[in-house]
Design a protein around this ligand. Structure first.
Ligand SMILES: *[C@@H]1O[C@H](CO)[C@@H](O)[C@H](O)[C@H]1NC(C)=O
Ligand SMILES: *[C@@H]1O[C@H](CO)[C@@H](O)[C@H](O)[C@H]1NC(C)=O
Ligand SMILES: *[C@@H]1O[C@H](CO)[C@@H](O)[C@H](O)[C@H]1NC(C)=O
Ligand SMILES: *[C@@H]1O[C@H](CO)[C@@H](O)[C@H](O)[C@H]1NC(C)=O
Ligand SMILES: *[C@@H]1O[C@H](CO)[C@@H](O)[C@H](O)[C@H]1NC(C)=O
Length: 792
């Protein structure tokens, strides 16, 4: 701030001079006010000599005179507002007095206002409460500001901070409708400015509280709310919160929520908290029923204004539906000869879940020989993978499992029961490879022997087995003449009575045939063994019992003790025990003379023969078999105790007296004897010539003999083991005609032969026993020779 040097020096009188200085207020002490000396036209000497000084009166001395420089400086702060208040112009005066001569000079100092004060409001804030519905143009009083400065520096104007609502008029009023919701509190500044330079201002804050009116409806913060909910969410599950705000305050701003237009299925599914807007689940949510819910939600305030919004709730699928299997077609039963790869069933699968949860794969138990194929989506073919065999597996339980791809996956299964129907592919099979059975001879015809049985693995008619006897020959006659079979039961019956001695075993073939078409059959061989019964008495082969002829064994009177008289030879056509023969002496002329070997039938002397012994000895030997009951045969052995034939003959001739023959027979016998004699002589001649021829050639007469046909009695080999007969018999069979007369043939030492003539038959069997083997026996005396005489 430049001090004012404007001096108005008006010298009215020489002695009274008036200087006017104008200085701004608030100058610093010592600041130059003005050069008085110069302005008064005084030199410094005069000032000094005149002892110039300031006369101020009672007022404080604001200025000081520096006499050495002749200047006037500020002595004290000068506050215009203090000195003058509102009075303008503001000045004060003082006199400068000089002595010698006294000079009085008036100095008027005008203090110029500087803008050192701002306009000031009395209160710091102004609070106004204005209803928001206040009409535009309403006026509100504001307090004034005050500025001590004057004139231009004084209060010049008011300025209101820029705002939409208020303008400052001479007196303030509403310029635009108030909106509490926009600005519930307005804060304005009223600025009072003065005109000083620099301009100064004073400010007051105006706080306007806008009072509420229900002029706002609730407003949702979103036009559409989107939310998701998992299906089957438990009741009370939080979904979303709608939020409407009402700009109004108090009850006009209290928003409550509600569902509007909840109709039909939607009702009761969701709940909205009327205060918080939280939407939650109150009922079963089923994706399969509703995939999406659209709810209209409303919000209203207590003043009745409302607003609506939309809530879209999408349901998230949960894998809560197991696949459903539908069997579209299923062919059962299926023939066991169906080819592999045949389609057995067609199934359809469905899953009401969506996406992954509804993706289905089908499978079957891999152990089963089936395949499952999908040709069309959700359609599966069940194929057989094998050739069926009903006999192994007659039915299959095929479990088809459908599994979806959800997490966790759900599955369902259905079981198809596939029945395999039969084809006649199995022949009946007998329970044994071969059968053998026993039947005791002399059975009653028609008795059941035993049962064959065959099984057929097929089913029903294909497994119905019937039994047939194959047409084979058994001992020259058809098998059916021996046995018959019950075609249903397989029981074999004897068709007749068997005779062990005729047939020892039957070899049959039984056929089992099933009822299929074509039928299948199989054979089994059946061996029926006939078991022996003791139905045959022993047969005495030797000595031959002829009705009329007489056979006698000769025992020389010189015979020693143990002399082998003869041997009773018997056979039994039965077998085993039944053919086990034992010999006993039943009757004897002289029991003390002979004994019979129990086992071998040898008749031996047991004491020395004496002269007193009768020539004719008659022994009855009984031959018994060992059967149960036992059967027996007796044989009468005539023994002649004599030394010569004549003796014997004389004794035995009377044996034949009682014989009766008819003439016819005699004639034939004579004729036969003639023929035999002729043949015999012819044979003899031939034999002799042959023997001579051979003797000539080899000199071994020995070798030539009649052709020998070995003949073994039946069951002979069996008896060999039992010890009954231990000998080998050779029989020479010749045919001869009977003759009333017969010669006794004396066997030579090498081969003792006996010629037996049986007049009871036209053909006489001549059995020549070779005693050689007997003689070979160790226990037989070698020197013994037996003479047998056959007399007809
Ligand atoms: C509503 O939304 C507004 C803004 O989006 C938020 O300030 C307010 O807190 C919300 N109200 C509730 C109850 O969530
Ligand atoms: C609306 O309000 C809800 C609830 O308070 C809140 O979750 C949501 O974010 C809000 N939306 C917007 C756009 O502000
Ligand atoms: C809100 O709901 C509760 C019970 O659900 C009820 O008691 C209350 O009156 C409701 N408030 C309004 C304002 O509808
Ligand atoms: C198949 O199922 C049926 C009925 O459950 C049952 O009787 C039969 O034994 C089953 N067959 C097989 C081969 O498992
Ligand atoms: C059974 O035996 C008969 C005759 O013995 C024969 O013709 C037939 O082929 C045989 N059948 C079988 C299946 O062996």
């Amino acid at each position: 701030y430049m001090p004012c040097h404007v001096c108005v020096c008006v010298c009215v009188l020489m002695v009274v001079c008036q200087i006017r200085y104008s200085i701004p207020e608030e100058m610093k002490k010592g600041s130059l006010i003005g050069n008085v000396a110069q302005d008064l036209g005084l030199d410094l000497k005069r000032l000094r000599s005149g002892r110039a000084k300031i006369l101020t009166g009672e007022s404080p001395q604001y200025a000081d005179l520096k006499t050495d420089k002749g200047i006037l400086v500020v002595n004290e702060r000068m506050d215009r507002e203090q000195l003058c208040g509102d009075v303008t112009p503001c000045s004060f005066s003082f006199d400068i007095i000089l002595e010698n001569p006294i000079e009085l000079h008036r100095v008027i100092i005008e203090i110029v206002d500087i803008n050192d004060h701002s306009p000031v409001f009395k209160s710091e804030r102004i609070a106004l409460e204005i209803s928001e519905s206040a009409a535009v143009g309403s006026r509100f009083d504001l307090e004034n500001a005050e500025d001590p400065d004057v004139e231009a520096n004084g209060l010049q104007d008011y300025i209101l901070t820029p705002n939409e609502n208020f303008v400052l008029k001479q007196q303030d009023n509403i310029d635009k409708p108030l909106d509490r919701e926009m600005n519930p509190h307005l804060s304005l500044k009223l600025i009072a400015v003065d005109g000083g330079s620099p301009q100064r201002s004073g400010t007051v804050n105006i706080y306007v509280t806008v009072l509420d009116a229900n002029d706002n409806a609730p407003v949702f913060n979103q036009s559409v709310y989107r939310a998701t909910v998992i299906e089957n969410a438990p009741f009370g599950t939080y979904i979303t919160t709608v939020n409407a705000s009402d700009a109004d305050a108090g009850s006009y701003g209290l928003v409550t929520y509600y569902f509007s237009n909840l109709k039909g299925t939607l009702a009761g599914v969701f709940n909205i908290d009327n205060l918080t807007g939280k939407i939650s689940v109150t009922s079963q949510i089923d994706f399969e029923k509703d995939r999406k819910y659209e709810l209209r939600v409303g919000a209203k305030d207590q003043g009745g204004l409302n607003e609506a919004s939309k809530v879209i709730i999408e349901v998230i699928d949960v894998n809560d539906n197991a696949p459903v299997i539908n069997v579209m077609s299923f062919s059962t039963p299926i023939s066991e000869d169906a080819p592999a790869g045949m389609t057995i069933a067609v199934i359809n699968v469905k899953d009401s879940d969506s996406d992954q949860n509804g993706q289905i794969t089908c499978s079957i138990d891999s152990k089963l020989q089936f395949k499952i194929q999908s040709l069309l989506p959700n359609y599966y073919n069940l194929l057989s993978d094998v050739v069926f065999d009903r006999e192994t597996t007659s039915e299959y339980n095929i479990t088809i499992t459908a599994t979806d791809s959800g997490s966790p996956p759900l599955s369902s299964a259905t079981t198809l029961r596939l029945v395999i129907s039969d084809v006649n592919d199995n022949a009946p099979i007998f329970t044994k490879k071969t059968y053998s059975a026993h039947v005791v001879e002399n059975n009653e015809p028609g008795i059941s022997i035993f049962t064959v049985s065959a099984r057929d693995a097929d089913w029903n008619q294909n497994a119905g087995v019937s039994y047939l006897l194959e047409d084979t020959q058994v001992s020259g006659s058809p098998a059916s003449t021996h046995v018959s079979i019950n075609s249903e039961t397989g029981v074999l019956y004897a068709a007749r009575s068997f005779d062990y001695e005729q047939i020892k075993a039957l070899q049959l073939v039984v056929k089992a045939q099933d009822g299929g078409s074509p039928p299948l059959s199989s054979n089994v061989s059946v061996r029926i063994l006939i078991q022996d019964q003791n139905d045959n008495a022993p047969q005495v082969l030797y000595p031959v019992q002829t009705g009329g002829s007489l056979v006698a064994e000769m025992v020389p009177r010189s015979a020693d003790v143990g002399y082998l008289v003869t041997k009773v030879v018997a056979v039994d056509v039965d077998s085993g025990q039944n053919a086990w023969l034992s010999y006993k002496l039943q009757k004897a002329t002289d029991r003390a003379l002979f004994e019979v070997g129990l086992q071998n039938g040898e008749i031996r002397t047991i004491r020395q023969v004496t002269d007193k012994d009768a020539v004719k000895q008659r022994l009855t030997v009984i031959v018994e078999d060992n059967g149960q009951p036992s059967r027996s045969a007796t044989v009468i052995v005539n023994v002649a105790v004599a030394d010569s034939f004549p003796e014997v003959l004389s004794e035995f001739t009377d044996f034949t007296h009682d014989k009766e023959y008819n003439d016819n027979l005699t004639f034939y016998l004579v004729l036969a004897l003639a023929v035999v004699s002729f043949l015999f002589i012819t044979c003899l001649v031939v034999i002799i010539s042959v023997k001579i021829y051979r003797w000539r050639q080899s000199r071994i007469l020995y070798h030539s003999s009649l052709p020998v046909i070995p003949y073994y009695p039946p069951r002979y080999s069996d008896t060999l083991g039992t010890g009954t007969l231990q000998h080998v018999y050779n029989y020479e069979v010749c045919r001869t005609t009977d003759s009333r007369k017969s010669d006794c043939k004396v066997g030579n030492a090498g081969s003792q032969n006996v010629l037996i003539m049986d007049p009871s038959s036209t053909g006489t069997m001549q059995r020549i026993q070779s005693e050689k083997s007997i003689l070979d026996e160790p226990d037989s005396p070698l020197e013994v020779s037996s003479i047998r005489c056959c007399c007809a």
